[in-house]
Write a protein that binds this ligand. Structure first.
Ligand SMILES: [Zn+2]
Length: 258
């Protein structure tokens, strides 16, 4: 009995160390009907700048739909996904870059450095995420995922879409080296949702008036400890944030599949 018990404790420790997703500090601006709710649009074009790497009608379409459904289980997040070139992200004009929208591209493995299999690009002024400055596509906020997953472990490709979408909520990798958003299996778990809680509830003071002379008014608000604050457009100083992912064993296979 004694050795069994010790084994169980050891296993529990391993599980605890292997989980975790780092909360972020910025969120897509919030809008009604409830103050904390965040609406985000995802566009999955039929074409991209690399040529034909179709998503519509392939298993990848299912991976994206499943990932969106999993993230949407969080009560403060409402994500919609549209497949096809029309419409693109709204606000694809220089006058309005404060739209909650990003693209998903499936790209050739050769679009990345050796071993890199996914990339998430977002824009932030430190408190709010944006779809980015013009010109838009391919510079808009977006995730890019490698097209060829030959020889990779089961669920790797599925996980990549779920994981990169997780980065678009500003969620990050834990310092313990565990997989971060979606746990390496494409599964949104309690750690992901806890990190999302903290990130969406990240309390901040928005500059007023917005330094970009913007008059854009949003109906949403931050509910910071019971104190409601407006969500104005905020700073025009947009910073580009890029996260690259290698995932478990992608390096060797990525090289051999070129
Ligand atoms: Zn990552």
């Amino acid at each position: 009995m004694r050795p069994l018990k010790m084994l169980a404790v050891a296993a529990a420790l391993v599980v605890a160390a292997g989980c975790g997703t780092e909360p972020g500090t910025a969120h897509w601006r919030k809008a009604g009907p409830t103050p904390r709710q965040t609406f985000v649009m995802i566009r999955v074009p039929a074409t991209n700048q690399y040529g034909s790497q179709g998503i519509v009608g392939t298993p990848v379409e299912g991976y994206i739909r499943d990932a969106v459904a999993a993230w949407n289980a969080h009560p403060d997040l409402q994500v919609t996904v549209t497949f096809g070139d029309t419409p693109g992200c709204p606000g694809e004009n220089i006058g309005n870059d404060k739209v909650n929208c990003f693209y998903v591209f499936r790209v050739p493995n050769s679009a990345f450095s050796d071993g890199v299999a996914g990339r998430a690009t977002a824009y932030s002024d430190g408190t709010h995420l944006y779809n980015g400055p013009g010109p838009r596509r391919p510079n808009s906020a977006r995730i890019e995922v490698a097209a060829d997953w030959t020889g990779q472990p089961e669920n790797s490709e599925r996980n990549a879409y779920c994981h990169e979408i997780g980065h678009m909520w500003d969620l990050g990798h834990p310092t313990d080296g565990s997989p971060g958003p979606c746990n390496g299996q494409g599964v949104v778990d309690a750690d992901d949702n806890a990190a999302l809680d903290k990130t969406i509830d990240a309390c901040h003071s928005d500059p007023a008036p917005a330094p970009r002379a913007s008059t854009e008014a949003y109906t949403g608000s931050d509910d910071c400890g019971g104190v409601t604050q407006p969500e104005p457009a905020g700073s025009g100083a947009v910073k580009r944030i890029v996260v690259e992912d290698s995932f478990a064993t992608f390096a060797a296979a990525a090289r051999s599949s070129r």
